[in-house]
Design a protein around this ligand. Structure first.
Ligand SMILES: Cc1ncc(COP(=O)(O)O)c(C=O)c1O
Length: 381
């Protein structure tokens, strides 16, 4: 028998399994309401698509520099100036293959095998799976309503062994809850004091309903800041993201990028140059997400879904369904079969406690949200 690496045995993404079951149902001609998918149902803005068509006609689409094309790095630096009032030199911006590529580059550059990296549970499952695949040790921080589902310095102090890294996300997936600018600053200061590398996932910035999303780029020059064109910018399948690099990791991330990816994809980079002028179109998407969120918060309690994490940003509601079931995976399977509404069980985000929670994504159309809510209310009547 040939050897298969232990690290290849990372758990599957349950949301994708739900998607497969939902697609099978749709193929059988039955109605399906996709509230399981964490992606906008809109295409890229019209100007981005036009820019891509022009690039296809005029550019031979060879490799780019490993850290990305200079005009896009400059456009992202300008975005930090206009959005956060921060001056970031374009040389500190690295374009990546989605934020997913950024995590891999950042973790490889900052951590050694066996290093301990803490992260909130519930949290985005790929963080821990990428850490595991790189032989790093994820350290779960069980979070709940007491701290609005975010880690605190007190939680880090209570850990039995020191950390090398901490991942935070605000707004977070699956909860949608946000760290206040003060809370993020406190965590950044804690990390600096203790020699812990802060990794800040800012992929849901721009999709904010309450409060202010501060960037760790303004708090700590040694933090790895990760962002993406996949969510607010509605360019999910274009596979483009970016990082703000700490100076001490700049050269190693450039060399890792050269060797692992050669360069980020060229066509999306050229197209993304147009996206920073599309604010009106993108903000209209956010206005729809807000309407969807408000509709679900009004209607879902009628179906028994009553307890949600603070839905301050992103496009998710994370519901405690301990009053309805103790097996969220079976509950979601039955819900899909009996109503056509697809949701993601909490076990995707929190293996210890997710059996009593689920995630509802409201990135789809308002009509779909309304019909899904009607079906769930009928189902639970
Ligand atoms: C919190 C979070 N970070 C990162 C990602 C990865 O996104 P991408 O690689 O498309 O930038 C996702 C995708 O759902 C996410 O929810």
């Amino acid at each position: 028998m040939l050897k298969v690496a232990r690290r290849a045995a990372i758990p599957p993404f349950i949301a994708m399994q739900v998607l497969r079951a939902a697609n099978a149902r749709a193929q059988a001609g039955e109605a399906v309401f996709h509230l399981e998918l964490g992606q906008p149902d809109t295409s890229a803005p019209a100007a981005v698509i036009e820019a891509a068509k022009r690039a296809l006609d005029s550019n031979r689409l060879g490799y780019t520099e490993a850290l990305g094309i200079p005009p896009l790095r400059q456009a992202i630096a300008a975005h930090y100036r206009s959005t956060y009032g921060l001056e970031i030199v374009p040389d500190r911006i690295a374009i990546t293959t989605g934020s997913s590529g950024g995590f891999m580059l950042g973790f490889l550059a900052a951590f050694e095998p066996g290093d301990r990296v803490a992260l909130a549970a519930p949290g985005y499952p790929a963080y821990r799976n990428i850490l595991l695949a790189l032989d790093l040790k994820p350290v779960d921080l069980p979070v709940g309503p007491e701290t609005r589902f975010h880690p605190t310095p007190a939680m880090l102090d209570a850990l039995p062994a020191p950390l090398e890294g901490l991942i935070v996300a605000s707004p977070a997936n699956p909860t949608g809850s946000m760290l206040t600018p003060d809370e993020l600053a406190e965590l950044a200061a804690y990390c600096r004091r203790k020699g812990i590398r802060l990794v800040s996932d800012e992929i849901y910035h721009g999709i904010v309903y309450e409060g202010i999303a501060a960037s760790a780029a303004g708090l700590d020059d040694s933090a790895i800041v990760i962002n993406s064109f996949s969510k607010y910018f509605s360019m999910t399948g274009w596979r483009l993201g970016w990082m703000v690099l700490p100076e001490d990791l700049h050269d190693s991330i450039e060399r890792l990028g050269q060797n692992l990816f050669i360069s980020p994809p060229t066509l999306p980079q050229l197209a993304a140059l147009a996206v920073f002028d599309c604010k009106a179109e993108l903000d209209a998407n956010v206005a729809r997400y807000r309407r969807n969120r408000d509709l679900l918060l009004r209607e879902l309690p009628k179906a028994g879904f009553r307890q949600f994490a603070p839905p301050e940003g992103a496009f998710y509601l994370y519901a405690d369904i301990g009053n309805l079931t103790n097996d969220s995976e079976a509950f979601c399977r039955r819900m899909l079969q009996e109503t056509g509404v697809a949701l993601t069980p909490g076990t995707d985000f929190d293996s210890a406690r997710g059996h009593r929670s689920l995630r509802i994504s409201f990135a789809g159309s308002t009509e779909d949200m309304a019909e899904a809510a009607r079906r769930l209310i009928r189902w639970r009547a």
